[in-house]
Design a protein. Structure first.
Lengths: 182, 416
């Protein structure tokens, strides 16, 4: 390899690593600096071949009459307000709310009357997707930053955080089906 | 006088040089055989080296892909047990580590094929890393930006590493990224997605072919021109083949056609950019040939064929009338013309790959048309029996015809 190509090779590998670091930094920024919000969801459960199970999540605030006539691909900013144990959409606009302390989430119209917030997927360990699907009340705890970007922090099933719910289910299965005795 | 390896340093080096020249596309296999014959060397010397080289390449490439797949599956299966920080550290350290290993094997220890295969593994792991980071943060893994980032990272690597396999990987990623964006921009499958998608890929195939012709004019990129041309032909002909099916144009399928087709601006822009890129590439190749006082020769015919394909692609998307008789005929004619064109091009330029592609698409076309027309007319068992007999007979005739075409090419080469 010529010296020039060697340098180019090193630069390319460095850029690839920087892309990954940038991706991680972007998500970590949202998790560490964002406001924690709880959103009401409706789950659907497909399967990803190479990544174990994942759950597709849809949100109550994602569907509204407000967005019906807005063209697909439009970016909207939803102002959120706390209402009981969840956060709800208060208003929307095509630019960020002007108030400094406003909590808002950014979404894109992916089909008429529906917004995609980029938090529609939650990866779960293999075989545990049904746990989410069979739960009647699923809420998502997300961190939303000052750009409106959101990252999922946890999923709550009937008031119990997901990992705890998994452990309880595993214990219940063990009690219901004890090992055979000699 | 017969020359044997071991008597002359030049003769000793010749087989390796022949192999290197073939790998770089400087000479064809037939020319290598001619050179070997002119020194009265054993005829299998050139082919033997090339065959061994090809076998090693195939083995190591498969090996690296299997390792990559295994790593991805292992990490995916045990992801939950690994803390987030460790997962991210594995990705950030692992990828440059594999790149370093590939570089050391390929350029320091001079195990070129194994080194290239490990670099290929690193390129695959880079893409896997992007998607695994997305998974760590529960971001959608079908986001088109992820595959686009993967493609943009691999493309310059292909040219720097001088690896044909990584070039082909970059072409595949390009086509995959476009597919992801198309699904992002299309509102749903009821909007002529199939017709639009295949017509778009026809245009993308033409773009890759045009880029191949342009790259053949520059020393640094000449080695890759062939793969761009071959991949471009496969994508174009594949799209035309899929568009030749009658059912695709049937109004009862409830596709929307012509001016009613709800295509977003992004898709229209992509379509026109691909076409403009193709025209620019072919024009660029022609200009450079003219500047070097080289005849335009077959470039004119290639440009004509590409232009015709682009016009048909645009017409079928933006002016489709829903006529389910005209369009299958049109695309079948285009497919047939493409097959004939490939045979002539392969014969004229002594490129066996073109003839092989022509025969593959001919076989696919015959197969598809037979099943399309006979399925409803004959008893199913009879359909399969007749199809099998036709394939056996067709295979025999094609093999005989192909052998005689290749023999004729070699004979013409000897005479010249």
């Amino acid at each position: 390899m010529t010296p020039r190509l060697k340098i180019a090779f090193i630069v390319i590998v460095a850029v690839q690593v920087l892309v990954l670091i940038g991706f991680i930094a972007d998500r970590e920024y949202t998790l560490r600096t964002g406001t924690e919000v709880v959103l009401q969801t409706v789950p659907i459960d497909p399967r990803s071949l190479f990544q174990g199970d994942y759950v597709i999540l849809d949100y109550e605030i994602a569907t509204a009459e407000w967005y019906i006539d807005i063209p697909v691909g439009t970016t909207l900013y939803l102002s959120l307000t706390e209402a009981g144990d969840v956060w709800e959409a208060e208003s929307y606009g095509e630019s960020k709310p002007p108030e400094n302390d406003a909590v808002f989430i950014k979404g894109t119209v992916d089909r008429p009357g529906h917004l995609d917030f980029g938090i529609g997927t939650y990866f779960v360990p293999e075989g545990t997707g049904l746990l989410v699907e069979r739960t009647s009340d699923v809420k998502v705890i997300a961190s939303v930053d000052d750009r409106g970007k959101a990252v999922i922090k946890d999923v709550v099933l009937d008031g119990v955080p997901f990992n705890e719910a998994r452990k309880l289910k595993a214990e219940a299965e063990k009690e219901a089906d004890p090992p055979p005795q000699r | 006088m017969s020359q044997l390896p071991g008597n002359d340093p030049f003769i000793d080096r010749l087989p390796a040089e022949l192999q290197d020249w073939q790998d770089r596309g400087i000479i064809t296999a037939e020319q290598a055989s001619d050179i070997v014959a002119s020194y009265d060397l054993p005829p299998d010397l050139a082919q033997g080296q090339k065959s061994r080289g090809k076998l090693i390449t195939i083995l190591v490439v498969f090996g690296s892909l299997l390792v990559g797949l295994g790593i991805i599956l292992f990490i995916a299966a045990n992801w939950d047990a690994i803390p987030r920080a460790v997962r991210l550290a594995l990705i950030l350290a692992g990828i440059p580590g594999v790149y370093a290993t590939g570089y050391w094997l390929g350029y320091v220890r001079n195990f070129q094929r194994v080194g290239m295969a490990v670099l290929l593994l690193a390129a695959v792991l880079y893409g896997a890393g992007i998607h695994l980071v997305a998974q760590v943060y529960n971001s959608p893994v079908d986001d088109p930006k992820l595959v686009t980032l993967w493609f943009l990272g691999v493309l310059p690597l292909a040219y720097v590493s001088r690896s044909q396999v990584i070039v082909v990987l970059s072409q595949g990623l390009f086509l995959l990224a476009i597919g992801y964006w198309v699904f992002e921009w299309i509102d749903g499958p009821d909007e002529g997605l199939a017709i639009f998608g295949f017509a778009l890929y026809m245009t993308l195939g033409a773009l890759l072919y045009g880029l191949g012709k342009l790259q053949s004019r520059f020393d640094f990129t000449r080695d890759y021109a062939g793969s761009y041309e071959i991949v471009g032909i496969i994508v174009m002909m594949g799209a035309v083949f899929l568009l030749s099916f009658r059912e695709l144009h049937d109004p009862d399928f409830d596709w929307e056609f012509g001016v009613d087709l709800e295509v977003t601006t992004n898709l229209k822009v992509l379509f026109f950019l691909a076409g403009a890129g193709t025209v620019a590439s072919m024009a660029g190749a022609a200009v450079i040939r003219m500047k070097n006082d080289l005849p335009l020769s077959t470039l004119i015919y290639e440009a004509g064929a590409i232009a015709l394909s682009l016009v048909i692609a645009y017409l079928v998307v933006f002016a489709h009338s829903g006529n389910n008789a005209l369009y299958p005929i049109l695309f079948n004619l285009l497919l047939f013309a493409g097959i004939i064109g490939l045979v002539f091009a392969g014969y004229s330029w002594r490129r066996e790959a073109f003839i092989n592609l022509a025969l593959i698409f001919f076989g696919l076309d015959v197969f598809a048309r037979y099943f399309e027309f006979s399925w409803g007319l004959l008893d199913r068992s009879l359909v399969f029996i007749v199809a099998g007999l036709v394939l056996l007979g067709g295979g025999y005739l094609l093999e005989r015809g192909r052998s005689s075409m290749v023999d004729r090419m070699e004979t013409q080469g000897d005479e010249s």
